[in-house]
Every structure is written in C-alpha cells, then in structure tokens.
Design a protein around this ligand. Structure first.
Ligand code: ADP
Ligand code: ZN
Length: 630
C-alpha cells in the first residue's frame, strides 16, 4: 500500500517523477496512460510551461486537473495547487500517487508534525505537486516557507470562489492576488467550471490575471442526455426511471443522485426507493456530521448507491461514474440545474439528467418568490431565474440548444435529449386557454372570487364536488365546458400557460389571476401553442429506454470479465481505503475486458494505465483476466 503520510516523500520513491519528459505528450502517456490531449488541454499546458498565466473555463469532466499537473511535472520546482475542498484534495493526492507522482497536501485535517514533514519534503524538492487550502496559504508562515523553495506554478482551482457576487464566494480567495505580487515571474493558472461572463471578469480582475491567456471551452456535455417530464405520480415515475437507468447498465446497478427540495422529502423518497430494492440513502444538512460523512464515503467507494439529497450534497463530489442525476422538484435556476446535472458522467460515458415537474412546482415557487424577504429587484431576479427554468421545461425544441443558449453559446439540435429523440407534438391550446381564463375572469367579475387550479378544473370539467355545489359554481356559464379534457390534461394546460406568463398564481393558495397578455388571448388576437404530453405514468414508462449504454458494445463474456474486474477493484479500493475510481476508472476496466491483455506490455496500451499503475496492479489484473478466460 502507498503510505498516505508525508514520510516516504522525504525519503524519495521511484516512479514517474524521477524521469525527465521530452514533451507534455510523453508525460501524458507515461504517467497517466492516455493517448492524446482533449480540447484546450495542450494549448493551456504549453502556455503554462512557457511561463505564461492562463484562465481556463472548462465544464466539469473536461479534464482541468491535467492542465496544471503536467506543467508541474515538466517545469522545475513544485506545482502549488490552491483547492478549497479538503475531501477532494485527499482523493486527488491519492490518485496522483497511484500514478507515481510525488504529491502531498497541507490542510487543517493534519497535525502540526504531519504538516512539517510535508513542508520539509517541499523544501527538499521531493514533491511534484503540493495541494494547499486557501486559508492556510494566506498566512505569513506559508508564504515564507514557499518562498524558501522553488514554486513551478500556482494553480487556483475553483477560481469562481473569488467572485463576490457568485454563488460560492470564499473571502480567502481574495487574498490570492498577493501571489502575483510575491511571485511575479511564476506562472499562475485559474480554473473553474462556472461559465458566466460576470464570473470570468471577476476572476481576471481580482486574481490580477490581466495578462493571462483565456481559454473558454464549450460548456456542452454531449454525453449527458437531458430529459424533462411532467409530474404525474412522482414516486412511481422516479422508481421506473431509476430501474430503467439500472437496466441499461447490465450486471451493475448505476450510481446516481436524486435532488429534492426539502429534507423531509429526501427521507421519504429514500425510504420508498429502498423498499423497492434500490440502495438509496438520504442526505441533507439536518443529519449529523458523522452520518453525512459515512453516506458520502459509501457513495464514493461503493458501486450502485443512489443518494437522495438536498442541494447540500454534491459540492466537491468528484465521483466520475455517476450515471444519473434526477430532480424530483423544479430547480430554482438554470445555473443551479446545470451545475447539479453536471455531476453526472464526468468520465465521458453516457449519463442521464432527468427532471420531473408539475403545476404544483410552479405555483409553489412563485409563492416562495412572493414571500421571499428582500427588495423588489431581488424578487425580480428570482422571477427571471424561474422563468428561464420554465422556458427550458416547456420548450418544444432541443433542450441542449436552450441550455447552451442560456450560457451564450449557439449550437445545433443535439440528437441526445428527449425532444430530439422523441419530438413532442404540439397542439393549438387557444380554446382551452380561453375557457380557463374566462372562468377566472367571470368568477372575479361576477362574484369577486379567486381560486387555485384544482377547483377551476373541477368547474370546467363539470364535477359536482361539495365545494362546487356549496358555491353554486355549477350555475356559471363555463361550468362543464371543458369535459373533453382529462384532469391531467387540464393541469398540463394550466401549468403551461402559467409558464408562458398568461396566468399568475398568487398568495398562499396559489389562486390564479390573468395577466395583461392574457387579454390578447381572450380577444382571439393571440394563439397558444402547447406541448402534448402523455396522460399516464404507464405511457412514460414504456417510452424509449434511457440510454445509459456504456456497456452495450461488450459481449456477454466481456461483460462477465468487466464484473469480475469491478469486484477485484472494490476489494483493492477497500483495502487501501480509497474510492474505487482512484484504482481504475470504469472506462479502463471496460477496455481491459474488451481487449483481453495477456502481458504487462499489452496493459500499457490501455487508456488509463501508465507505468506506475502497470507496475502496481498489472500482475493482479492479468490474473483476473486469465482466471476469467481459462
Ligand atoms: P474536471 O476537473 O475538469 O472536472 P478532471 O480533471 O477530473 O475533470 O478529469 C475528468 C476525467 O477525465 C478524469 O477521469 C481524467 O483522468 C480524464 N481525462 C482528462 N484528460 C484526459 C485525456 N486527455 N484523455 C483521457 N482521459 C482524460
Ligand atoms: Zn436535443
């Protein structure tokens, strides 16, 4: 086992770091076992190796880490990486050591003697990479001891934390501008997966990166399939979805995250899924720290765990093989939604982002905005966020196009979202919209009454509920004029015309009022296009199976070998107490299963196996392969 303290580093050890690399590509192949660079990686790496500053905006999973790890291996001195998340730091250092890179970290989880071992290793030049928490770096002590050694480069990870108006501001990041002053000749690279132009500007200014080269990647995540469905029976829909996602990864249940708004509902959904044979665990801020840590550890280390969480979960979860992210409540903004769904499929294999939402979500969110503290401008901002989210949900066009356009990126229809795969029918909903609106207008004018969608639909469908009878609403002119549509269809009509801004819910009960634009529809001056929807859960369930098809090209024998390799990896990971993917990724195991290597040399041809991993795990892997094939 590779020790996790700093001691071996001082003594020095074998591995990649003792080699000299002729080029970044040679380092990529020998150390990390990959064939070629992706996207902007090569250009960023060249910039930093040449001593220039860089700002890299790349989506999750694009491969930001290599952009500073490889320059650190090629430049003289130690690459210093500022990283805000301690758990992530541990895993990254573990993963690097398994590739033979001399890496260590400094953070508050260590004792003083442990830290001084790492500091001595740094000063002795026995490190390639040193990860450090921002609050630790911002001390005279840290700055002074770093200055006594040789810094190859500074990498500032999660650089959006410097943006004061962003969603994840950390004051310690502001002090990082000091690095530019103390080390004017040392290259600095800032990296983030947050896309907006405002954040980009703040990073440039606050970190004093005015002369840096900017690398802005596409934020598309082509391997993620986006699906948004109307909410009918949310528990049954979720279960069917999770099972469908599992069915497509034969042999091994998929890891996934389900996001819900409230703590109570995370518990409820987790219990429901568990009762139906899914290994599901709740996660929210109300659980004690130990439980939260255990849940997170299990998710990272075991295969096939489903976490049902509030958005408290996910920040700093670097698990590459999350196969789906499901939302059972409407997210408050497209930014939040994109960040949460981005946690799926970091390994580049197919993954699904699934969201279900209904009339109630819209009503509830409007109410929360109405009741939210803060001034009018603040409520307007919240409202604009919600409108953008609703537009995404209701679009009859490509979801991805809509998402990327939101981040300022033009694109063609993607072919990998629900609307591209099963183009929705749209229909002329002008008449139903008029019926609903005129019911609202009459009730207001004739009786000065307001109601929520449920009661209005009862009136339209001519249902004699106790309330209808008591209020004598069966005497209204519009009573029963909508019995051609089912209740479900009416709810869909109401939801969509709210989303289009023709109706606005108000107050605690979400009573509906017509807006100014509604009068155009009532006068017949404007038509209403609506998205046709399945009327029952069953229809959704039989919709095309979700496309988590990473294993689909494997034969039955290869699949069996893949499963054996996963079992071996699980044992290995448990013994060394690291996440499974730190040993090998699914993609690497799949490639082994497909290629059936019989020699150590052949193993080197497989993506994800460099020299050190071959030396550490090669024999064991070949044993599993030969046992399975003999
Ligand atoms: P990010 O930090 O941008 O989310 P990571 O640096 O964690 O992404 O990389 C995501 C995954 O892609 C990792 O498993 C990494 O090893 C892999 N990866 C990165 N670059 C390459 C490459 N050039 N070829 C193959 N795999 C790569
Ligand atoms: Zn599409």
């Amino acid at each position: 086992m590779i020790p996790s303290d700093g001691q071996h580093l001082v003594a020095g050890e074998g591995g990649a770091s003792h080699m000299r690399f002729a080029s970044p590509l040679e380092a990529l192949r020998t150390v990390f076992g990959y064939d070629s660079f992706r996207g902007d990686q090569a250009a960023i790496i060249d910039t930093v190796i040449a001593g220039g500053d860089a700002i890299a905006l790349m989506p999750t999973g694009a491969g930001k880490s290599l952009c500073y790890q490889i320059p650190a291996l090629l430049r003289e001195g130690v690459g210093v990486v500022v990283s805000p998340l301690i758990a992530l730091m541990h895993d990254q250092v573990d993963a690097l050591r398994r590739n033979g890179v001399r890496a260590a970290y400094l953070n508050s989880s260590q004792s003083a003697p442990e830290r001084s071992i790492v500091e001595r290793a740094y000063l002795a030049g026995a490190l390639d990479l040193l990860y450090i928490a921002p609050e630790r770096l911002n001390s005279d002590h840290a700055m002074e001891f770093l200055a006594r050694g040789k810094v190859a480069l500074f990498a500032i990870d999660e650089a959006h934390c410097v943006a004061q108006w962003g969603h994840d501001f950390r004051p310690d990041y502001l002090a990082l501008s000091e690095l530019a002053v103390r080390w004017p000749d040392t290259p600095r690279i800032a990296l983030t997966a947050t896309a907006t132009a405002a954040t980009h500007r703040e990073i440039t200014e606050r970190l004093q990166l005015q002369t840096a080269r900017h690398f802005v990647s596409s934020f598309d995540r082509p391997n993620i399939q986006y699906r948004i469905v109307p909410k009918i029976d949310v528990r049954a829909q979720l279960l069917a979805f999770v099972r469908g996602a599992e069915a497509d990864t034969p042999g091994s249940p998929a890891s996934g995250i389900v996001y819900a708004l409230s703590r109570a509902s995370t518990e409820k959904f987790a219990t429901y899924l568990s009762a139906h044979g899914v290994t599901a665990l709740p996660y929210h801020a109300g659980l004690d720290a130990a439980t939260r840590r255990d849940t997170q550890d299990r998710f990272l280390r075991e295969d096939g765990i489903v976490i049902v969480a509030t958005i408290a979960f996910g920040m700093g979860i670097d698990k590459p093989d999350v196969r789906f992210v499901a939302h059972v409540d409407l997210p408050k903004s497209v930014e939040g939604y994109y960040q949460e769904t981005g946690r799926a499929g970091r390994d580049g294999d197919p993954a699904i982002a699934w969201l279900t939402y209904g009339l109630q979500d819209v009503v509830q969110q409007r109410r929360m905005i109405d009741e939210s503290p803060g001034d009018l401008a603040h409520r307007r901002r919240l409202s604009a966020h919600l409108d953008a989210m609703l537009a995404l949900c209701e679009t009859v066009e490509c979801r991805r196009q809509n998402l990327l356009a939101y981040f300022g990126e033009a694109s063609a229809p993607c072919g990998n979202c629900d609307t591209c795969l099963e183009p929705p029918q749209s229909w002329d909903g002008t008449v139903p919209a008029q019926k609903l609106m005129s019911t609202i207008v009459r009730l207001k004018r004739e009786r000065n009454q307001e109601f929520g969608a449920g009661h209005l639909i009862d009136i339209l469908r001519g249902i004699n509920t106790a309330r209808v009878t008591a209020q004598r609403h069966n005497q209204l002119a519009t009573w029963g004029i909508g019995d051609d549509l089912s209740e479900q269809q009416w709810r869909s009509v109401a939801r969509q015309i709210i989303a289009q801004g023709l109706l606005a819910p108000h107050g605690e009960y979400g009573t509906l009022r017509v807006t100014d634009t509604a009068s155009e529809v009532l006068k017949g001056a404007r038509t209403v296009r609506l998205r046709a929807e399945p009327d029952k859960v069953a229809r959704q369930r039989t919709a095309k199976p979700v496309a988590v098809a990473a294993n689909s090209h494997l034969t039955t024998e290869q699949l069996a070998l893949f499963e054996r390799l996963r079992v071996w990896r699980a044992t290995e990971a448990r013994e060394q107490s690291v996440p499974a993917y730190v040993v090998f990724s699914d993609a690497t195991l799949r490639a082994i299963a497909a290629q059936n290597p019989t020699t150590l040399e052949e193993l080197l041809d497989i993506s994800g196996i460099g020299i050190t991993k071959r030396d550490t795990y090669g024999e064991a892997v070949l044993r599993v392969v030969s046992e399975a094939t003999s």
